[in-house]
Design a protein around this ligand. Structure first.
Ligand code: PGD
Ligand code: PGD
Length: 835
């Protein structure tokens, strides 16, 4: 049973009984308390209003200006318990109420006492004052250091909505007011999205998979390789449709054999009664090579497929059989690295080859040192199996994400707010022409790989390699963050804190007192999406509905929308019209809808008028054809590889890439290769004995909702849970509920112990997104009181190719914490003084 304490170990909620126990659909309500909302003064009639979030579509009951109940949409096949936290996020004690400035920054100027960041020494200021300070500081930094002094790469999962897309709104503001440094790529698939275009000609990780219907009807063996859709499909980048759960139910009913290759017996493995194979983390490439070697030796590989649809197998084969490096990648060789016995590895090869096999791969295996290799090797393995493009065979890299595999509807694409004109010339200082690389002509919108921000701050001027190009790190003095939480998402927290000292100014706009906000110099309170109007599509892959996201309650305290804040900054910098184009919130929303209406006509459909749609208080649905329900990824390529050539240089799957060979990177060879990560469980140079799986959390979206009442359902002794195998716990004298200290050379955190045999020995699990709560922010490598795993992870890049993050690369030790137990403080607002 899903999310049952006895199974998952960290939850006290049994999801199904939780849902059943609530009357009708009125599932989620908050206890009525004192009302602080501005809109609470007026007595309004009870009403139901539709909106959406990363957790699903819902209708809200608003009583006396307060959201009191959330009703999941009746068409949601598997409503999400996180909706409860979503509602609480409006009212939680972690809400930012007023504009704040760090005292030292305010009184002594930018860059003062950077060690004081995170101590909570804030002064409340008026909006006018805060906006003047921001506009003035942008001007000062640009005048002194140029546009490259301002970092606006601001990565993060923001909120859904085509208009209040705060990261784009920030870039729009920074673009019209004078330029900034941008970011490249993302934290989710940073390595895979750079390597896969070289291999299969597309990002692949965000592409539609063969539909679940086709899998149900054709697949005989479903392999979840580092993939846990029962957990990770709960949320969406757009509003989630949760169709992946229907797919999982179907394959369960069909009795399809399921294998889970994962150091943890995941919720998916449990729900589908899967067979569990637990390799040592970070050794999947070796395991895949062992399987590939068996396929080759036992002549189970599909030579015809390799010849017709791929290039470079021969070069790879020389490596596989040890011709090129003297090491044959036998199952026995793989066993010594990954810990799975050679017999099982050989049997996997036979089972994969003798069945219609679909490999659903997750993304943790590319969030590791040399992470580029994992998905490349998976494509190679599937090429050897020869089932790519056949119904129910091959690979799917997004079955676990936003319900990939749910069929795509015939629908228009809603546009959204943009960050302004994209012409290359417009990005250069006046008088510069594209291609002029002199220091005076650096692009105004320079960009660095997203997870390299810390390295960039520490090494201005350094030149790094990136996917065939050179990037020179700019010298940045101001960072402006919206819609993201770098003090949660970035690896190696203590190194980051040192790097942040190079900044004169760190500005954060958020609605919660995240660790990032607590380390900011200027903090601006924004509205949640439930305090403003917007519009969004349902289902990243299905795009099956357009959802009105109607304002439910008035902005709390002094919160303003990102759009309003940036408009006011632009006004101070003389660029208000360029920013707003004279349009209001509802003008923009209407314009996106009207654009979709025009597109839908071209597809032979007539959407209702905007007024009808908006007043309907319901999602507008689009048809899904039989053909769309039977979509098979790579079917057309398989049918005609010349006519439907891939976007690679050869038009085929590239098992050997000439382009990558030309880059000549020592850490990314031209064919999939096993390379030791800098540290791993059982590795040759590893100092600490336990690997940490920093998975995506069950009851949060990263750090989002960490500050809400959902937290009480999973914390252990008030801390972030740490799963540990009974053997490892016994060796360390740890019991359930203990507070323990996990540590390595990079940092130390407190966690709450959960002993479970759902995790393999040698591995502990501490989910990413725990809020950073430094015991003494002025002390280097101070203890984190709550359990932010990124105190322990490495900030090394995957390789010169993708320069992506390695959030899954970390080994540690753990011990019972015998010191005085410090109170967790990060979930309340910091102390501040009124100005
Ligand atoms: P979130 O917690 O989603 O984390 O990192 P990310 O920064 O995306 O942060 C979003 C922030 O935006 C929240 O603070 C939220 O309150 C704020 N926000 C929401 N809506 C709005 C809005 O309308 N306006 C403004 N101004 N703010 C808003 C996630 C990142 O973490 C990701 S995507 C991945 S895949 C990585 N995963 C791992 C991992 O697996 N392991 C480790 N060790 N580390 C990771 N870090 C990465
Ligand atoms: P993870 O939980 O990090 O999810 O999707 P991703 O697939 O990256 O890892 C998936 C599985 O990989 C886990 O079961 C983990 O145990 C396993 N694993 C870890 N290391 C290894 C390894 O070395 N080898 C093998 N074989 N398995 C390993 C993340 C995706 O989820 C992303 S990127 C985002 S931004 C979203 N985030 C969330 C979220 O924060 N919370 C929820 N509930 N859902 C999400 N969905 C999305």
């Amino acid at each position: 049973m899903l999310f049952d304490k006895s199974n998952s170990g960290i939850s006290q909620i049994n999801r199904r009984s939780f849902l059943k126990s609530s009357a009708a659909l009125a599932l989620l309500s908050v206890a009525s308390g004192s009302l602080l909302a501005r809109g609470a003064k007026a007595q309004e009639p009870t009403k139901l209003t539709m909106s959406g979030s990363h957790w699903g579509v819902f209708r809200g009951t608003v009583e006396n200006g307060r959201l009191t109940q959330v009703h999941p949409w009746e068409k949601d096949p598997r409503p999400n318990v996180m909706l409860q936290g979503m509602m609480d996020s409006i009212y939680s004690p972690s809400r930012i109420k007023y504009p704040m400035v760090r005292r030292a920054w305010l009184e002594q100027g930018p860059g003062s006492d950077p060690e004081g960041r995170g101590t909570g020494d804030f002064v409340r200021v008026s909006w006018d004052k805060a906006l003047d300070l921001v506009a003035g500081e942008l001007t000062r930094v640009r005048e002194k250091y140029g546009a490259n002094g301002v970092y606006g790469g601001s990565y993060g999962w923001k909120s859904v909505g085509k208009f209040h897309n705060c990261r784009t709104l920030l870039r729009r503001m920074l673009k019209v007011t004078g330029g900034f440094v941008n970011s490249l790529g993302d934290y989710s698939t940073g390595a895979a999205q750079v390597i896969l275009p070289h291999v299969v000609g597309s990002l692949e990780v965000y592409e539609q998979c063969t539909t679940w219907d086709v899998v149900r009807d054709n697949t005989k063996l479903m392999v979840f390789w580092a993939s846990n859709p029962v957990n990770t499909n709960q949320i969406g980048w757009l509003i989630p449709d949760h169709g992946g759960y229907v797919g999982l139910d179907e394959i369960k009913k069909a009795g399809i054999r399921v294998l889970c290759i994962d150091p943890i017996r995941t919720e998916t493995c449990q729900e589908l009664n899967g067979e569990w194979i637990a390799p040592r983390p970070q050794t999947d490439v070796a395991l895949m090579l062992g399987i590939a070697h068996t396929l080759y030796k036992e002549k189970l590989h599909d030579e015809a497929f390799l010849k017709k649809y791929t290039v470079g197998f021969d070069e790879f084969l020389n490596y596989l059989i040890g011709k090129s490096d003297g090491v044959e990648k036998t199952a026995e060789w793989a066993e010594a690295i990954c810990g799975i016995d050679a017999g099982t590895i050989k049997q996997l090869a036979r089972d994969f080859a003798s069945n219609r096999t679909m490999i659903a791969a997750g993304w943790s295996i590319q969030r590791q040192h040399h992470g580029e290799q994992a998905h490349w090797m998976l494509v190679t393995l599937c090429s050897m199996l020869g089932q790519i493009g056949l119904p129910g065979g091959g690979f799917g890299f997004s079955y676990h994400y936003c319900s990939g595999g749910s069929p795509t509807a015939t629908s228009p694409i809603l546009s959204g707010i943009t960050d302004g004109p994209a012409a290359a010339e417009a990005d250069l200082p006046k008088g510069c022409t594209p291609g002029d690389n002199s220091s005076a002509c650096q692009p105004l919108t320079n960009a660095i790989p997203v997870s390299r921000v810390v390295e960039c701050l520490l090494n201005p001027g350094k030149v790094i390699k990136y996917n065939g190009s050179d990037i020179r790190y700019p010298e940045m003095h101001l960072a402006y963050w919206v819609g993201g939480n770098p003090f949660a998402h970035q690896q190696n927290r203590n190194e980051m804190i040192e790097a942040w000292k190079r900044l004169d100014t760190f500005i954060v706009q958020d609605f919660q007192w995240t660790a990032s906000a607590r380390h900011a110099d200027i903090v601006l309170p924004v509205t949640t999406s439930y305090e403003r109007n917007d519009i969004e599509q349902l289902g990243d892959y299905t795009l099956s509905h357009i959802v009105p996201m109607k304002k439910l309650v008035e902005p709390m305290y002094e919160a303003r929308s990102d759009y309003d804040i940036f408009t006011q900054i632009c006004k101070r910098l003389g660029k208000e019209y360029e920013y707003t184009e004279g349009l209001t919130e509802m003008d923009w929303i209407r314009s996106f809808y009207e654009g979709a209406r025009i597109e839908s006509r071209a597809k032979g459909m007539e959407m209702p008028t905007f007024e009808t749609f908006w007043e309907s208080n319901d999602a507008l649905g689009f048809p899904i054809s039989q053909e769309q329900k039977r979509f098979v990824r790579y079917e057309s390529f398989r049918e005609d590889p010349l006519l439907n050539a891939l976007g690679t240089p050869s038009g085929k799957i590239e098992i050997y890439s000439l382009n990558i060979a030309k880059m000549n990177y020592d850490d990314c060879p031209p064919h999939p290769t096993w390379m030791e990560p800098i540290e791993r469980l059982g590795g040759p140079t590893t100092k600490y004995p336990l690997h940490i799986a920093s998975n995506h959390p069950i009851f949060r979206l990263h750090s989002q909702l960490g500050g809400t009442n959902v937290r009480k359902h999973y914390v252990i002794n008030g801390r972030e849970p740490c799963w540990i195998n009974p053997k490892d716990a016994a060796e360390r004298g740890l019991s359930n509920g203990d507070i323990a200290r996990a540590f390595n050379d990079r940092g130390q955190i407190l966690v709450g112990i959960k002993i479970t045999d759902e995790i393999m020995p040698g591995v502990i699990r501490i989910d990413e997104g725990g809020w950073y709560d430094p015991l003494n922010p002025r002390e280097p490598k101070t203890l984190c009181r709550y359990g932010d795993v990124n105190n322990l992870t490495t900030s090394i890049a995957t390789s010169k190719l993708a320069q992506s993050n390695c959030g899954q690369t970390a080994v540690v030790e753990i011990e019972k914490y015998n010191g005085p137990i410090p109170e967790v403080t990060v979930f309340d607002e910091p102390h501040y003084k009124n100005n």
